[in-house]
Design a protein around this ligand. Sequence first.
Ligand SMILES: Nc1ncnc2c1ncn2[C@@H]1O[C@H](COP(=O)(O)OP(=O)(O)OP(=O)(O)O)[C@@H](O)[C@H]1O
Length: 247
Amino acid sequence: MLELDGVGFGYSPREWTFRGVSFKVHAGTATAVLGPNGSGKTTLVRCAAGLLSPVEGAVRRDGDAGYVPQAHGTAFAYPALEMVLMGRARQVRFFRSPGPADRAAALEAMDRIGIAELQDRLFPTLSGGEQQLVLLARAIAAGCPVLVLDEPATGLDLKNQARILTLLRELCSDGMTVLLSTHHPDHALYLADRVVLMGGSGPTTGTADEMLTDGELSALYGVPVSTVLYDDGDTQQRTIVVHYGGR
Ligand SMILES: Nc1ncnc2c1ncn2[C@@H]1O[C@H](COP(=O)(O)OP(=O)(O)OP(=O)(O)O)[C@@H](O)[C@H]1O
């Protein structure tokens, strides 16, 4: 479980990035944070993960949160497996090196995401999408009950986006609490029970079904958006169509 209660944050004393954010993510469910560039999604998920302290309000979690940042360059040329092993830091006692169980957990996480073959590659030599997958494996290897992800699909090709969405659904089925920010309303429609919409007149929360409507999405992004149904195996799934304008 992850709960935000009246959370407000500002990078400077006189300016709020957002105020009054309240929502609860139950174990076994996912909540998606959506909004335009600069609306405060990264700031909000960093508050939720405990990486930023709210100026007001409270964040409550069942336990530690695994955090997946947007892929970023690092000065340290560690092999990918060592990057994933860093996720095990909580399990490794002071002055000890990671043991066989930690290596097994790291490899299992890489295998689950389908990137075991990258284990010996130096992290900075990986593509942006491959780095993103390694950072996800690191958070999964940590074994935390709460997973917070900042735009996890950014830089991923369509197959890897599908792989991550399927994996996140599986993790929810395993009982994990998932909060993610995303620029993909279709990913929120696929994955999330509830959404937080940033921007406009301030953050609003509700179920994905009631919030992700043509009207709300068009207003949120300032461009006409329609939701449409498609057959996805045995189920019908909603996705979005953006009206770019005819030529
Ligand atoms: N370290 C910082 N110091 C000062 N202002 C910051 C800092 N980080 C972000 N901001 C500002 O806070 C606001 C929210 O930024 P944030 O990165 O949370 O938005 P976002 O919705 O994640 O954006 P994007 O979709 O572009 O990634 C922006 O106006 C940004 O310029």
